[in-house]
Ligand binder design. Structure first.
Ligand code: FAD
Length: 591
């Protein structure tokens, strides 16, 4: 039996003799949204359970991180969790500092409390630390952030404020978008934003201060199954769901740029513009079963979802579902003497209960806030929606009535979905679109055709990119063209990159500002360049010369005085090195 601690995010074996002072069916590490429900449910199921929390309260982000809209709601949340945990042994102000591993099985944890170290044995360990701490110690692989550079967006709340009228509201201590965030930069960005939030709060007093730095995203443990946005878009049916729900697409846009993200994210955000929409997901049981380490379940935002889907599938209700499913699985595995991955699903489902499953009305996407399903458009409706000037769908937190922006986004989504789901009528729709790419709104039809990955879109898209008056139309054209390695597209990308998109954006007439402070001309050039440079890189061009050509003109350009040139230079480098360990394991795969 070996004790592993976490050192530089990796497991590190230390010489130690176990001194076990307790033996439990389940030990839950971390009592945040996932862990509190895992520990409470385990106790309810009659298991001898221990919940370990390094802070003095349960709730994690929702209480200590001030991710609650008001102080009153935070208090209610806290009281509710305390009540639920009443039947479970909880150790507060106690940190998990090591994992006891025997062969490929985690068999216990080392805890530190008030300067005292003790070891506890566990038949099943639930990692609910939210950042995969225990799984890292136990030697699981962990994949961090987006594939291009392993960056994650930094997001946090700083405080809940009391307003002059006595009401309380959480602050906007949200995020400062940082370049390829490493742990240190992540904290620095968040703290600098929090400081600004505090400075800006002259008319408010702090009612509750966040005592932990928030993180909506963490590395994801490689589990028996991984759920991705592509799974959701393709309507993947899983045989063993542990919860189902509509979820918003809610990744943080790092440095105002989606171009670094994967194809589906780009198509969702920049091309289809599905700002107002949520996707439907059925989470497979395998997404909480750690791969390669026996006896370990994941019940926090670090579970087995891909970076793109994790942006939405990390809400408190999802964490609760993970925690309760983990407790049920632990109970079955202990009682039946089977491995976690072999737990019989029919019995697991009974223990999970119906509340975890949101009714699916058959639509792949719905409109957030109105919870309304969009009926798939027929070709004529697609044509109507696309035959108008580009309208942005609007801010997704605004429950606007269905407007032309939403219809346009849905028209794009209809075509995209037909391609992704290989609908029988996709060829007919592609022909319908192709026949309209030369007409008045031909550019919009070309974008839709490009979403279907039909090469007939290339020539009209190149035209559209050069002539569209709307910035977003141009950006859509560039983003879609990146998928086609055609000479025409490459010639356009070279022209854009040649002078830092100066000529390309000179006649771009969209001055509407888009409601974002960063929609400056500098930022728009930066966006154009990002797509063009990625297009060239993916086509295998020698990026050295483009690196030299990267414009210093974009320094201190866009937002909050952010220097955007490093992002562009990052694209040109052969392999942007992760500043944060992308993956770690006991000497295993490093991504
Ligand atoms: C800025 C922001 C806004 C958000 N907005 C919303 C929203 O509007 N709606 C919504 O539903 N969700 C929202 N969320 C998401 C949600 O709050 C989190 O995803 C969720 O709380 C994560 O739960 P968790 O259990 O994985 O992690 P956490 O809540 O972080 O809990 C992990 C717990 O583990 C403890 N821990 C960690 N390591 C150790 C250790 N070694 N030993 C002992 N204890 C340990 C921590 O102290 C913590 O209490 C938001 C999150 C953020 C950051």
């Amino acid at each position: 039996m070996t004790l592993f601690v976490k050192k530089d995010f990796r497991p590190f074996a230390v010489q130690a003799t176990p001194a076990f002072s307790g033996e439990y069916d389940v030990v839950v590490a971390g009592l945040g949204s996932g862990g509190a429900f895992a520990a409470a449910r385990a106790a309810e199921l009659g298991l001898k359970a221990l919940g370990v929390e390094r802070m003095d309260l349960p709730g994690g982000q929702t209480t200590l991180g001030c991710v609650c809209v008001t102080a009153e709601r935070r208090e209610r949340n806290l009281q509710d969790l305390r009540k639920r945990l009443a039947g479970c042994e909880c150790a507060y102000e106690t940190s998990v500092i090591g994992a006891w591993v025997e062969g490929r099985r985690i068999v216990g944890l080392r805890l530190l409390s008030n300067g005292n170290v003790r070891d506890v044995k566990a038949k099943v360990v639930v990692d609910a630390t939210g950042d995969a701490s225990v799984s890292r110690m136990a030697g699981c692989d962990v994949v961090v952030g987006r594939a291009t550079d392993h960056a994650q967006g930094a997001t946090s709340k700083a405080a809940i404020y009391r307003l002059p009228d006595g009401r309380t509201r959480m602050g906007y201590g949200f995020y400062r978008e940082g370049t390829a965030c490493g742990a240190e930069e992540y904290s620095r960005n968040i703290l600098s934003y929090a400081a600004r939030d505090f400075r800006a709060s002259r008319s408010r007093v702090v009612a509750v201060k966040a005592t932990i730095i928030g993180a909506r995203e963490e590395g994801h443990v490689v589990c028996e199954d991984t759920y991705s946005l592509r799974d959701a878009l393709c309507g993947r049916k899983v045989p063993d769901p542990i919860f189902s729900d509509y979820a918003p697409f809610d990744l943080v846009r790092i440095d105002g740029d989606w171009a670094w993200e994967n194809e589906d994210t780009i198509d969702w955000k920049d091309v289809a513009g599905l700002t107002n929409f949520a996707f439907f997901a059925e989470m497979p049981y395998g997404a909480i079963v750690a791969k390669g380490v026996e006896g370990l379940l994941e019940a926090g935002k670090h579970y087995g979802v891909a970076h793109d889907a994790g942006g939405g599938l990390r809400m408190q209700r999802h964490m609760r579902a993970l925690g309760e499913a983990a407790a049920a699985a632990a109970s079955l595995s202990i009682r039946r003497g089977c491995r976690l991955r072999d737990v019989p699903y029919a019995e697991l489902r009974k223990l999970i209960g119906a509340a975890a499953f949101r009714k699916w009305d058959g639509g792949p996407l719905n409109v957030i806030h109105r919870g309304e399903r969009m009926e798939p458009f027929d070709d004529a409706a697609v044509a109507r929606a696309l035959s108008r000037e580009y309208v942005h769908a609007g801010d997704w937190v605004t429950p606007s009535p269905r407007g032309p922006g939403e219809e346009m986004a849905w028209a794009y989504a209809t075509c995209w979905m037909k391609y992704l789901r290989a609908s029988p009528d996709r060829a007919a729709t592609a022909d319908f679109l192709a026949a309209r790419t030369n007409g008045e709104w031909g550019g919009h039809f070309a974008v839709a055709l490009g979403l279907m990955r039909d090469a007939r879109a290339v020539a009209p898209l190149v035209r559209f990119a050069k002539t569209a008056s709307s910035f977003f139309d141009r950006l859509k054209a560039l983003a879609v063209l990146r998928r086609f390695r055609s000479e025409e597209a490459l010639a356009l990308f070279r022209a854009v990159a040649h002078d830092g998109a100066a000529a390309f954006s000179a006649n771009e007439a969209d001055e509407r500002g888009y409601g974002f402070a960063h929609a400056t001309r500098q930022w728009k050039r930066f966006q154009f360049l990002s797509y063009a440079l990625f297009g060239l890189k993916e086509a295998g061009e020698d990026m050295g010369k483009w690196l030299a050509a990267c414009p210093d003109a974009l320094r201190c350009g866009a937002r909050d005085g952010a220097d955007l040139a490093p992002m562009l230079k990052g694209i040109c480098r052969p392999n942007p090195a992760p500043s944060f360990p992308a993956s770690c394991g006991a000497g295993r795969k490093i991504v």
